[in-house]
Design a protein around this ligand. Structure first.
Ligand SMILES: NC(=O)c1ccc[n+]([C@@H]2O[C@H](COP(=O)([O-])OP(=O)(O)OC[C@H]3O[C@@H](n4cnc5c(N)ncnc54)[C@H](O)[C@@H]3O)[C@@H](O)[C@H]2O)c1
Length: 437
């Protein structure tokens, strides 16, 4: 097959710069280090374990995704990042308490070598946190330039051919798009004037895009999803993806809801609550950070159920989402969902889900996959919003004229069809008439 798209080679080193070296980042890094030494398995990662069907079912072609498209090898990844705490990645992983001490010991030296660069941080945007490893600057523009200098220095020091940045920092307070976010010019003026409507995460996104790096927002903050960033991404040919990784409860929601909808079962109420005791839980205990998360978590059901098309089934759905900070559980979240559904002739039924999950264990493969796919996108000349990566996000970035796609299975089809398209293979429609003609 001839590909319509020229994709640059995946050779050389890929720098993965993580903003926030907390539970998610250190679990990702330690995991990749262990996996590449053959000590653990990349379970949950589509780029490492997934296959892709090509052609007709009778052809029996199903290569591994990482043999089908040119992705960077795990051996070629170099990790770095920023945090407001000075701990190296080994100490930070210990603090996060996700991975077993014996497992961390196996990759201790490499983890200790990753020390956080001083962060751009302002407590106004994350009320429950404060730390010593923070940059000083005369304004936000100066801070952005310091981040750009960090990116360049990292690239040179580690001999990286390409780089990707992922925001895996804490959830910032809820913010709305404002005048400063409307264009590169207004944004740069805002940086100069240290405008309050530019949170720390936007300073990182700006620095990444200015350097032509792909940027992923793994949190729900208003970070890259504003016109100024889209304009900058187009200008610098940087791919963008986000927002907020789809892990525990929302992942299950976007599996169950399409199933109920497919069978036209009505839903009157969906109550989701969970307990979690990590630092993320502590930050989300602040109502302003929780609001950012709540907005992100609540949108999925509306889009999946399409109440405007099915008012009788989903027209008066009560959807409640709660997160309770409960330290004894650490990173091991427990979530409960109660779904009040209705069937034939309006008879009520209930479905209960109790998910004892591990937040960062679910998140780490997403960080890895999105970093690798975004690097692929950059090499394939795809820039701006990468909607084909919606699969990974709770509130996927999307073009203004279309609604976001939340159904996990449609998202996966979109992702795989994008890979087929990139390599000049037929898209799969699942029509299958030819087997019966
Ligand atoms: N784990 C999941 O399942 C999941 C799912 C979706 C989204 N998220 C989001 O991912 C993010 C990270 O989660 P986590 O569990 O690793 O949290 P965490 O609190 O363990 O780590 C976040 C780290 O970011 C650092 N940080 C905060 N602001 C920063 C800044 N401006 N610059 C540099 N560092 C900064 C903090 O010091 C902390 O070390 C959170 O926003 C969380 O909401 C997590």
């Amino acid at each position: 097959m001839t590909s319509p798209v020229q994709i640059g080679p995946a050779s050389g080193k890929l720098g993965v710069l993580l903003v926030g070296l907390g539970a998610v980042s250190t679990t990702t890094i330690a995991g990749v280090l262990a996996i590449r030494r053959g000590l653990a398995s990349p379970i949950g990662s589509l780029t490492q374990m997934g296959t892709i069907r090509l052609g007709k079912r009778t052809e029996n072609r199903a290569p591994k995704i990482n043999e089908f498209v040119p992705l960077a090898s795990l051996d070629d990844i170099v990790f770095g990042g920023w945090d407001i705490f000075e701990e190296d990645c080994y100490a930070a992983a210990k603090t996060a308490g996700v991975l077993e001490p014996a497992q961390l010991e196996q990759v201790r030296q490499e983890l200790e070598a990753i020390k956080p660069m001083p962060a751009v941080f302002d407590q106004r945007y994350v009320k429950r946190l404060d730390g010593p490893n923070v940059k000083k600057g005369k304004n936000k523009r100066d801070l952005a330039e310091q981040l750009i200098a960090d990116i360049r220095a990292f690239k040179q020091k580690h001999g990286c051919d390409r780089m990707v940045m992922v925001w895996a920092g804490s959830t910032e307070v809820f913010m709305k798009e404002g005048p400063v976010h409307q264009s590169i010019a207004s944004f740069e003026k805002g940086l100069e004037q240290s405008d309050d409507s530019i949170p720390s995460s936007m300073v990182y996104a700006y620095a990444a895009l200015r350097e032509g790096l792909p940027f992923v927002n793994a949190a729900p903050n208003l970070t890259a999803d504003v016109p100024a960033m889209l304009e900058l991404a187009a200008k610098m040919k940087s791919p963008l993806a986000g927002n907020d990784m789809k892990t525990g409860q929302t992942l299950i929601k976007t599996v169950i809801a399409p199933g109920l909808k497919a069978r036209l079962l009505g839903v009157k109420g969906w109550y989701s609550t969970n307990i979690l005791g990590n630092r993320d839980g502590e930050v989300l205990d602040d109502p302003e950070s929780f609001k950012t998360k709540e907005e992100s978590k609540k949108s999925a059901l509306d889009y999946i159920f399409q109440p405007h098309l099915y008012p009788d089934l989903y027209g008066d759905l009560t959807h409640v989402v709660r997160i309770n900070y409960y330290p004894p559980r650490g990173d091991n979240k427990e979530g409960w969902d109660n779904i009040d559904l209705i069937g034939w002739l309006g008879y009520p039924m209930q479905l209960k889900i109790n998910f004892l999950c591990r937040d960062s264990i679910l998140a780490a493969p997403i960080v890895l996959d999105t970093a690798l796919f975004m690097d692929l996108a950059k090499r394939a000349g795809m820039h701006g919003i990468q909607e084909w990566l919606s699969f990974y996000f709770k509130s996927p970035m999307h073009a203004p004229e279309v609604y976001p796609e939340h159904d996990l299975f449609i998202q996966l089809m979109k992702l795989k069809n994008t890979l087929r398209y990139l390599q000049g293979e037929d898209l799969i429609t699942h029509l299958g008439r030819e087997y019966y003609d």
